[in-house]
Design a protein around this ligand. Structure first.
Ligand SMILES: [Zn+2]
Length: 286
């Protein structure tokens, strides 16, 4: 799943290519992908793209006041083409959820693998009309997102820090992968309670958050859309690396699994050497 750094790189990539071009057509490969009905997709035909921006993990193409907004969700991706095929997209026949064509013949497809279809697109006159954008927390790379602003957000939150970092209403743009990376860099347990962090822990977490995301944005920036997924994976130190060696201390990267996700961490770096309980692992050992 693309998170803030990849979405930012996609936004930069699209911005360089489509600003100034006109949208010629928006085709739906799945009727359920478009969550709004007014304005209709035809409203974008012939309209120039003024800007491309990001709200958390949402991409926003501002086409003269009509915004095409999309969220790639867990299995979605954007496939760019300098020369789009002429074939017409048939609903239900392909993993392509949405196709956008531009006036120079270029365009992109939004694709989604798997059976759970969560990719969502919206056509709105105000991005705040998208429910997921209206409720977004602050952007962690914004100038106003200072160490003290972060401390104020954490204050009194009786939640585990891993879940809180992924909560889009708390901070916008961080998902399962970068929350693992941030907590590893901060040497903090994913299950630490936010409200129990002392000043020094907040300092560490804030520095880890900014450094991890800034580094990932720098690494992703300038890469073509097609390379972002692999680049993201390559930059991970613990996320998705169960059983491999922690690059900091050499301990094995461990996992805690949940119903539909898992987290990875290093016990030596993050939990004082003590492995966290894992329901699935303990069930297997019984
Ligand atoms: Zn380690």
């Amino acid at each position: 799943m693309p998170e803030l750094p990849e979405v930012q790189a996609l936004v930069d990539f699209l911005g360089e290519r489509v600003v100034g071009l006109a949208v010629t057509r928006v085709e739906l490969g799945s009727f359920s992908v478009l969550k709004t009905f007014d304005p209709p997709p035809q409203a974008l035909e012939g309209v120039p793209v003024d800007s491309v921006s990001r709200h958390g993990k949402f991409v926003d193409l501002d086409c003269d006041g009509v915004h095409l907004v999309f969220h790639l969700a867990r299995a979605g991706w954007l496939r760019w083409s300098d020369a789009m095929p002429n074939t017409v997209l048939r609903p239900g026949k392909s993993p392509i959820a949405l196709r956008v064509r531009f006036s120079d013949g270029s365009g992109f497809d939004l694709t989604e693998a798997g059976t759970k279809k969560r990719l969502a697109a919206y056509l709105v006159r105000d991005p705040k009309d998208v429910p997921g954008i209206a409720t977004l927390g602050p952007d962690p790379l914004a100038e106003e997102f200072t160490r003290d602003a972060f401390a104020a957000l954490l204050k009194g939150r009786r939640s585990q820090i891993k879940g809180l970092l992924r909560d889009q209403g708390f901070i916008a743009g961080i998902g399962n992968a970068y929350s693992d990376e941030i907590l590893h860099a901060a040497k903090m347990s994913p299950f630490a309670m936010a409200s129990s962090l002392d000043d020094e822990a907040v300092d560490r977490l804030y520095a880890a958050l900014r450094e991890t995301l800034t580094g990932a944005v720098a690494a992703a920036s300038g890469k073509p859309a097609a390379e972002l997924k692999d680049a993201k994976r390559a930059g991970m130190r613990v996320h998705g690396r169960t059983g491999e060696k922690c690059p900091v201390c050499g301990d094995v990267v461990r996992e805690v699994s949940f119903a539909d996700s898992s987290l990875q961490y290093c016990a030596t770096c993050q939990t004082g050497g003590k492995p966290l309980a894992d329901r699935r692992m303990s069930r297997l050992l019984k």
